[in-house]
Design a protein around this ligand. Structure first.
Ligand SMILES: Cc1cc2nc3c(=O)[nH]c(=O)nc-3n(C[C@H](O)[C@H](O)[C@H](O)COP(=O)(O)O)c2cc1C
Length: 321
C-alpha cells in the first residue's frame, strides 16, 4: 500500500500534512529537534512573540488536573528582535515550515510585529493570538469584541499577502460570531481553540494552584469542548478551520479532520510524550491508508459514505468540505 497524500492547503499555503505543533508547546522547534524532526510536521507554530520580551507570570504557573493541565505562562517570550535574529533562522535551518504566532495588547502592536516579520522569507504564515487567557492587557477578553477583531484583521491584512490565521478563545458567548467577524476582516483561516479559563484549588493551603488565580486548561479534558467549538466555526465560515484542544493521538486528530477541520494542532501531548506530534503524523497516515483512502479528502468522503450507510447514533457530522 503506498503512503497516502496528506497535503492540505491553508489559504495560499500548502502543507505536507495536516498535523501542526501548537504554539507554546514545542518551544521554538529546536529544543525537541533531537526527538522530532520539525521538517516532518505540517508546520511548527512558534511561541507567541510580542514586541518587547516578556518574563511571563510569577510561579506557580502550571498545575496538573485530572485529565489535563492548567497553565498561566503569560506569554513569556524573547521579544521581536531576538525572535527574528535567532529563533527564526534556527528553525528555518531545520527545514520546518514556520507559522509565526504574534500577540499584542493593541492592533498597533500586532501591526508592528507583522510589519517587521512579513518580509521574512522563512515565515510561511502568521497565527494571530487573539485568545491568551493569562495576560491582563490584550488577552482573550479584549479580543472577544467582534468589531474590534474585524477591524484589526482588516488593518493587518494590508500588511502581508501571507496567510493570516486568527486563533480564537473558546470562552465566549458565540464563537461563530467571532469566526464570521474574522472572515469578514480578511483572515485566511481560523484556529479553534485556545485553552479554557480554569481554576484549581489546593485544599491543603486553601489557595489557588496558579499564582494568577486562573489558568488555561488544555489536554484530554478539553477535547470534546474544543471539538464542539471547532465544529461551530466550521459551520459558520467558508475559510479553513484548524482544530486545537485535547488532541493527543492520531484518533483524536482524525476526529477534528472528520468534522471538517483542515488541520489539527498538537499541544499538551508534547509535554507528556515529546514525540507525540510525529506519532500523530504517522498515525494519521496509517489510518487513512488502512481505510483504503489515498488522501485526507478521500478518507473524509469514505467516512461520509459510512455515515450515510449507518443508522445508529446521532446525525452524521462529516463535513462536506
Ligand atoms: C504551556 C502552554 C503554553 C502555551 N502558549 C501558547 C502561546 O504562547 N500562544 C498560543 O496561541 N497558545 C498557547 N498555548 C495554547 C496551545 O497552543 C493550544 O492551543 C492549547 O493548549 C490547546 O491544545 P492542547 O490541548 O493540545 O494543548 C499554550 C498552551 C500551553 C499548555
Amino acid at each position: 500500500m503506498s503512503a497516502p497524500d496528506l497535503r492540505v492547503r491553508i489559504g495560499s499555503l500548502g502543507l505536507a500534512n495536516p498535523v501542526l505543533a501548537a504554539s507554546g508547546t514545542f518551544g521554538y522547534g529546536d529544543e525537541l529537534a533531537h526527538v522530532v524532526d520539525p521538517a516532518r510536521l505540517g508546520a511548527v507554530i512558534t511561541k507567541t512573540v510580542t514586541v518587547a520580551p516578556r518574563p511571563g507570570n510569577p510561579a506557580p504557573r502550571i498545575a496538573e488536573s485530572a485529565a489535563g493541565m492548567l497553565n498561566s505562562i503569560g506569554l513569556e517570550n524573547v521579544g521581536l528582535a531576538r525572535f527574528r535574529a535567532e529563533k527564526v533562522p534556527k528553525l528555518a535551518s531545520l527545514g520546518a515550515t514556520i507559522v509565526a504566532s504574534i500577540g499584542g495588547e493593541t492592533a498597533d502592536e500586532l501591526a508592528t510585529l507583522l510589519g517587521t516579520l512579513a518580509g521574512e522569507p522563512a515565515i510561511a504564515a502568521f497565527e494571530v493570538n487573539f485568545s491568551c487567557p493569562n495576560v491582563n492587557e490584550g488577552g482573550a477578553r479584549y479580543w472577544t469584541d467582534a468589531r474590534r477583531l474585524e477591524h484589526t484583521l482588516r488593518s493587518l491584512r494590508r500588511l502581508t499577502d501571507k496567510p493570516l490565521v486568527a486563533k480564537l478563545s473558546p470562552d465566549v458567548t458565540s464563537i461563530a460570531e467571532l469566526a464570521v467577524a474574522c472572515e469578514a476582516g480578511g483572515a485566511d483561516a481560523l484556529t479553534a481553540v485556545n485553552t479554557f479559563v480554569a481554576l484549581s484549588v489546593d485544599l491543603a493551603t486553601g489557595r489557588s494552584r496558579i499564582n494568577r488565580v486562573t489558568g488555561g486548561l488544555s489536554g484530554a479534558a478539553i477535547k470534546p469542548l474544543a471539538l464542539a467549538r471547532c465544529y461551530e466555526c466550521v459551520q459558520a465560515v467558508r475559510i479553513p478551520v484548524i482544530g486545537s484542544g485535547g488532541a493527543l493521538t492520531a484518533r483524536d486528530a482524525l476526529e477534528f479532520l472528520a468534522i471538517g477541520a483542515v488541520a489539527v494542532q498538537i499541544g499538551t501531548a508534547s509535554f507528556v510524550r515529546p514525540r507525540a506530534v510525529l506519532d500523530v503524523v504517522e498515525g494519521v497516515a496509517a489510518a487513512i491508508a488502512a481505510a483504503g483512502a489515498d488522501s485526507v479528502a478521500a478518507w473524509r468522503a469514505s467516512l461520509r459514505l459510512a455515515a450515510e450507510a449507518s443508522h445508529a447514533g446521532g446525525p452524521a457530522l462529516v463535513a462536506s468540505r
